[in-house]
Design a protein around this ligand. Structure first.
Ligand SMILES: Cc1ncc(COP(=O)(O)O)c(C=O)c1O
Length: 401
């Protein structure tokens, strides 16, 4: 094959070769294709609320445009927003967080990315409980580090425990990432276990990134335990990442934040100042309104998720071959479908997801994407009517397997 000057020019770095395009994309692309062809697909794929952004929050964004509040801000976010984030934590947890402890960026994802680049060196290992949210391992790898997985048990509702983290720690371990409530399993870490993990990280000089993007969505009397509780005591260890996306149905506004030691904030801010700079000024104005305002709309969304979860978990468990642990949080269920592997050409979660899409016109995300091949993720961020329809379609399709 002749090598043209162009193909010599297209050479990629190790960084980009080592990371994967999200494995969820294959199913998503196929789903969108089928929907575009006019097929009626029940889409359990999306990781975003099906509710609109609360009207008062949207109005604050419109008002920002009308006022001409549309220019660059400080790269780390406006002082008003950083104070609103700090004060919200201080009100709820009695912490003493100040604007200097806060950075706002273009989604929680950007803050996690900044933190990986700021804290992880070539050769460092970062421990991540498995099943994990898709971006954690690739972000660590992109930064030159190695993700190391600490398995969780379905029988323990996938809750992270110190023992499994300790079991995979080495002298190269640089930090731990805990996501609670967890995407994809809905697991909510217990406060006593989180305390142990915090203290273990402190004793070994590790960072603890605590991602509480789904903090508001915890069910059935379970309480959300946040690592922010120990921030006053251990500001050098604890880094909390959060987002407007899920709590306030603001996914497209792209606004997330991190709370950490001011030196960590400065380091993340340096990176941000050379990449995206400030998050959208308009989104920042809307976020201030959301953080300072009433949570009535969020509670309405919460009530809807409660009702859907209460229907969906028993409906799935009533299907022979599906075992679904009751998730304590987020808006996903993560049933075990491995009983179907080996039947009708189904080999793994990917082929099971394809089978559901082709045979039942139901889109789900294969567990493979989250490091757990026996499972699928079903998002219940869709209407009760669609959830009922999707549940019935799955039951009918697998009955023939
Ligand atoms: C666990 C978790 N963390 C972080 C994010 C990032 O959200 P965003 O970038 O929209 O703030 C997501 C989004 O799906 C998530 O599921």
């Amino acid at each position: 094959m002749t090598t043209t000057p162009l193909s010599r020019a297209i050479r990629f770095t190790r960084r980009v070769k080592e990371i994967q395009v999200s494995p969820t994309l294959a199913v998503l692309n196929k789903t969108n294709e089928l929907i575009a062809q006019g097929l009626d697909i029940v889409d359990f794929g999306p990781g975003e609320p099906d509710f609109p952004t609360p009207p008062s929050v949207a109005a604050a964004g419109k008002d920002a445009i009308d006022r001409g509040f549309t220019k660059y801000t400080s790269a780390l976010g406006t002082r008003a927003l950083r104070e609103a984030i700090a004060n919200r934590y201080n009100r709820r947890y009695g912490t003493a967080i100040r604007a200097e402890h806060v950075i706002a960026g273009t989604g929680g994802k950007q803050e996690l990315f900044n933190l990986a680049l700021a804290l992880v060196e070539e050769g460092d290992e970062v421990i991540i409980p498995r099943p994990y949210w898709v971006s954690f391992p690739d972000q660590i790898q992109f930064a030159g580090g190695t993700p190391v997985f600490a398995d969780t048990e379905a029988a323990n509702r996938f809750r992270p425990v110190l023992a499994s983290i300790e079991a995979v720690a080495t002298e190269k371990t640089r930090g731990v990432i805990i996501n609670s409530p967890c995407n994809p399993t809905g697991a909510v870490i217990e406060e006593s276990e989180l305390r142990k993990i915090v203290e273990w990280c402190v004793s070994r000089g590790l960072f603890l990134v605590f991602d509480e993007t789904y903090e508001f969505f915890v069910y059935g009397g379970v309480k959300h335990a946040s690592a922010i509780r120990w921030f006053n005591e251990y500001p050098e260890t604890i880094i909390v990442v959060n987002s407007m996306s899920k709590t306030f149905a603001m996914t497209g506004w792209r606004l997330g934040y991190a709370v950490a030691h001011p030196d960590v904030i400065d380091a993340a801010g340096k990176i941000q100042s050379h990449s995206t700079s400030n998050p959208s000024t308009i989104a920042q104005a809307a976020a201030v309104d959301a953080l300072n305002g009433s949570e009535d709309e969020v509670k309405r969304m919460y009530d809807a998720y409660c009702e859907r979860r209460a229907y969906l978990v028993p409906a799935l468990n009533a299907i022979e071959g599906i075992r679904c642990a009751e998730p304590d949080g987020a808006f996903y269920v993560f049933p075990d479908v491995s009983a179907f592997f080996g039947r009708s050409g189904i080999r793994d979660s990917q082929s099971f997801a394809n089978f559901l899409l082709d045979g039942a016109r139901v889109a789900v995300v294969p567990g493979l994407a989250f490091g757990a091949d026996g499972f699928i993720r079903i998002s219940y961020a869709t209407s009760m009517e669609r959830i009922r329809e999707g549940g019935e379609r799955i039951a009918q399709a697998v009955a023939n397997l």
